[in-house]
Ligand binder design. Sequence first.
Ligand code: PMP
Length: 392
Amino acid sequence: MDWMNIELEAWAGEAKERVLRESIPARNRTGYIERGGRLLLNLSSNDYLGLAGHPAILEAMRDSLLHEAAGSGASRLVTGNGPSFSRLEEAVAQWQQSEAALVFANGYAANSGVISALVGRGDVVFSDRLNHASIVDGITLSRAEHARYRHNDMEHLHSLLTKYQGARRKLIVTDTVFSMDGDHALLRKLVQLKREHGAMLMVDEAHGSGIYGAHGEGLCHKMGLKHEVDVHMGTFSKAFGVYGAYVCGSRTLIRWLVNKARPLIYSTALPPVVLAGVYTALELVRTEAIRRVQLDEGSRLLRDALREAGFRVGSGDSPIIPVVIGDNDTALSFSSALEEEGIAAVAIRPPTVPEGTARIRFSVSAAHTAADLLDAAVRIRRVGLRMGVIVS
Ligand code: PMP
């Protein structure tokens, strides 16, 4: 196994090695973590609405543990499909105004399972170059042709759709909010192209659901496009603060996935305790619009402050704020310096992002106060000046 050490050393030499570090959610302080005994403002979590520690969610989970088993015991198609699944799926379908919904173990399983169920050899998937890794892996698993288009480049997508017009099935797939850049997909244009070329359209709302739409349904709903999209996917692990994922669409789609999506068929069903937490989280996501307002205000505040300080913060307006540094070493040092300043903000490096675009990905939560964020902006600016990433 020496080859591993050799490759790992080379990887470490390029400042690409990933290491697991322990983070403990701070007691009674949502939006903060403890690391090495220090309290840090957490600007790296996806707990966008600050629900991960919500007492009502924890209470629902405690209650489930008093009455239900720890594990579901089998896959959903065997005996693992407890009543909490249909209760949650009905609520999700109603919330999404879809015919039907299907719960998956997590977003990775949903994307890889859905894509490999929808297409196969002889088909083509048109996928934005910045789509999430679980989409890329789903395409690889499907054995369909992978036609990657340049990020949000609709001309490029159009030319690829034309090139592959004879394909058996065509699937266009996109994140609605790109996870490492925080910008939006051009959904209206995607709908138009899907129609013109007779393709299916699938969206990943991992960073959109809970955040956009009057009831947090996602970006497609906010843009009035909910009925134009064939497959809606979203997660319960980010804005919902719990774990798991959903797929919504027609009854036929869900029937197909129950028969063809391998991560659903061949993997143990989620434990009831998770479903109980998600069910309560959905109620909070739907009804507590104030959290979306707080999130939007906080995101705007931090983004504007960083832009004013001279950082390049990308073109998005979501809670994800990328500060592109460039080389891996500098991004790592930047992240360590922020930690010294009391801020957890992780460096994201290739291959997660393209070579030469290592960055700090800041993400805001409704749990952060304006004072937290303004104070963070001052500290981030101080580090940026010290490291020469910005000039005064
Ligand atoms: N899609 C996107 C866009 C994501 O950012 C993520 C999580 N990083 C996933 C899918 C996977 O979701 P999960 O963490 O629930 O597996």
